[in-house]
Design a protein. Structure first.
Length: 131
């Protein structure tokens, strides 16, 4: 809850963000996601999950990250797409699809309807990983 509250402020955390990235377990980040009140906090946790050393555990976030692809906030959509591509790339397509069996089809549908070029590029990267 503390992580979600800190990220919900929208204030730059600087070294605090680096500490979260290095010290916080994936389980804690996954528990914080539903507690986030802002898209900014969801976006930051998406980025943290993408780069976390516990990629095997981060796979569990894929269904929630997929839900963020429908957000009105462009930064959240972009970071969610980035996190999906990164987690799937690091864990492997088979592992990603085990967490969300329709992942490739869902990403493809979002890619077709996405109007932002940067988000589309991240979705394309995810499709490249998933095959």
């Amino acid at each position: 809850a503390t992580i979600a509250a800190a990220l919900d402020t929208g204030l730059p955390l600087g070294p605090g963000f680096d500490r979260i990235e290095k010290a916080v377990e994936v389980r804690v980040l996954l528990e914080a996601l539903p507690l986030c009140r802002t898209d900014h906090a969801r976006e930051r946790i998406s980025v943290l999950l993408a780069g976390h050393s516990g990629v095997a555990e981060a796979i569990a976030a894929l269904p929630e990250l997929v839900g963020f692809l429908s957000a009105a906030d462009r930064n959240l959509r972009n970071s969610a797409a980035y996190a999906i591509a990164t987690i799937a790339g690091r864990a492997g397509a088979a592992a990603a699809l085990s967490a969300e069996p329709n992942l490739a089809a869902i990403i493809r549908d979002h890619w077709r309807s996405e109007t932002d070029a940067v988000v589309r590029d991240e979705l394309q990267a995810a499709l490249g990983v998933l095959g």
